[in-house]
Design a protein around this ligand. Structure first.
Ligand code: BES
Ligand code: MN
Ligand code: ZN
Length: 484
């Protein structure tokens, strides 16, 4: 899909020659702004066919006075990028069966900025995504070839910039969705390693994919304890994008790459276990972010680390009560083999030390408890560093990819006490998302750090089952915040 912007001609809407025009109007819109459709819209409002409330639509076919063959009037709640994104998504949704190839988006009377433009691209990409890899028959019902955002002359610069950034984010989101949606028998650790190499080739990045022997040499006893139950060999992916001077400390992103989580010997119940193919969505999101940041040629150094393996029960699998030694030297009593995410992440966090990072962020579908706490709207944000947390919250707002800060007080650390090791890998049911974060915190003494628990936001269940590509938007904005 080609995304561009165009300065609206002085003649306004009349001359916009597209198959379909999405006209975003505000709840308190002055219909006069939508000339030459002013009378038509005013009449529709007065006769109740169009209600000026967010989410409402009016579909017009070949209205007189404009070149566009279809016009969808879509009402936005306010002037924010968030409301604009919803109105664009809704308007495009109404065009699904129209077959329109060229689509225009205009918001007469509104002021468009980079945020609006980025939001429109992301909304369009999200709406037109179709998974086909193992279901080729699922052809997209509708795919516009070109979408043009109409703006005023003085808005052109920020709008162009927003479209560029939006295209990068959208491509990263789509990549993360594609990786996440691949079934566990396709998306294996080996396959993820190959995809990372591909990204490296595409953007000329340094990508190393370590195998079991090399991982063992590093002393990653915790990671390998999880991997040992599966016949699928593990991988440790190290990818670097160097967009700034070597002297600049990099941002390090760590993604949980469990390509299937059965729970191991602490086996999960059967219902919905298929969804545990999404347990590598943290890995998918950091790889998608890497692609987005690299494609933007951002002036920042970025390192992406992905520990990836299956969590399986077998005769060789790690057992409850087993004690392992992590790369940091700290010992761990594995009381529950289903709390495996933290076991692979802790070694990756220790590995991150060698980069002397400006900040480290790990991203993981870590706990069911986080889904109970926050549902499916906010990702869980954990950080003991107020400055990092503030950056993360700001990024989440500008990217329209929400996260919510959770507590991380020392008091929660108690729960991880073990009589047989430096720590246990679980802390009981109360505050399960927090004690999981506290476990990770024990591996982050050497750098500023934040943890994102995306268990509730990385995929959808039910009729719309599939990966969301979150939090690629949030992470991309966060990383760009470190560019100079
Ligand atoms: N991958 C799961 C977390 C998860 C569960 C995400 C359900 C989304 C939906 C993780 O590895 C896990 O199993 N966590 C356990 C931890 C527990 C044993 C302390 C959980 O949340 O039940
Ligand atoms: Mn698990
Ligand atoms: Zn898991």
């Amino acid at each position: 899909m080609d995304f561009k912007h165009q300065i609206a001609a002085p003649a306004g809407l009349a001359g916009i020659d597209v198959d379909a025009l999405v006209l975003v109007v505000g709840e308190r819109a002055d219909p006069a702004l939508a000339a030459p459709l002013a009378t038509l819209i005013a009449n529709a409002v007065s006769e109740g066919d169009l209600v000026l409330k967010k989410g409402k639509l009016l579909y017009l076919h070949q209205p007189a006075g404009v070149a566009a063959r279809r016009v969808v009037v879509s009402v936005a709640g306010d002037a924010s990028p968030k409301a604009f994104k919803a109105a664009v998504a809704h308007g495009l949704g109404a065009l699904k069966s129209s077959g329109a190839k060229t689509v225009g988006i205009a918001a007469p009377g509104a002021t468009l900025g980079a945020g609006h433009a980025e939001a429109a691209v992301v909304a369009a990409a999200e709406a037109s995504y179709v998974y086909t890899h193992t279901k080729p028959s699922a052809t997209p019902g509708w795919m516009p070839t070109a979408i043009t955002l109409f703006c005023q002359r003085n808005e052109a610069r920020p709008v162009k910039q927003g479209l560029r950034q939006g295209s990068a984010v959208a491509a990263g989101v789509t990549m993360a969705r594609e990786f996440g949606n691949r079934p566990g028998n396709v998306c294996t650790p080996t396959w993820l390693g190959q995809q990372a190499k591909k990204i490296g080739k595409q953007f000329d990045l340094e990508v190393d994919v370590l195998d079991r022997k090399e991982i063992d040499k590093l002393g990653m006893g915790s990671f390998l304890a999880v991997a040992q139950g599966s016949d699928e060999p593990p991988r440790f992916i190290v990818a670097r994008y160097d967009g700034a001077a070597k002297s600049r400390a990099p941002v390090v992103l760590v993604g949980k790459g469990i390509t299937f989580d059965t729970g191991g010997i602490s086996l999960k119940p059967g219902a919905e276990m298929d969804e545990m193919k999404f347990d590598m969505c943290g890995a998918a999101s950091v790889l998608g972010t890497l692609a987005a940041v690299a494609s933007l040629k951002a002036r920042v150094n970025l390192v992406v680390l992905v520990p990836t393996c299956d969590n399986m029960p077998s005769g060789r699998a790690v057992k409850p009560g087993d004690v392992v030694t992590s790369m940091s030297g700290q010992t761990i009593e594995i009381l529950n083999t289903d709390a495996e995410g933290r076991l692979i992440l802790c070694d990756a966090l220790t590995y991150a030390e060698r980069f002397k990072p400006a900040v480290v962020v790990d991203v993981a579908t870590l706990t069911g408890a986080c889904v109970i706490a926050l549902g499916h709207h906010h990702s869980g944000l954990f950080s003991a560093d107020d400055a990092v947390a503030a950056r993360m919250l700001a990024a989440s707002q500008s990217a329209l990819d929400p996260c919510w800060r959770m507590p991380l007080d020392e008091e929660y650390d108690e729960a991880l006490k073990s009589n047989f090791a430096d720590m246990a890998n679980v802390g009981g049911r109360p505050g399960g998302a927090i004690t999981a974060a506290m476990f990770l915190r024990r591996y982050t003494a050497k750098f500023p750090w934040a943890h994102l628990d995306i268990a509730g936001t990385a995929w959808k269940s039910g009729a719309h089952k599939g990966a969301t590509g979150r939090p690629v938007g949030l992470l991309t904005h966060f990383v760009l915040g470190y560019a100079r």
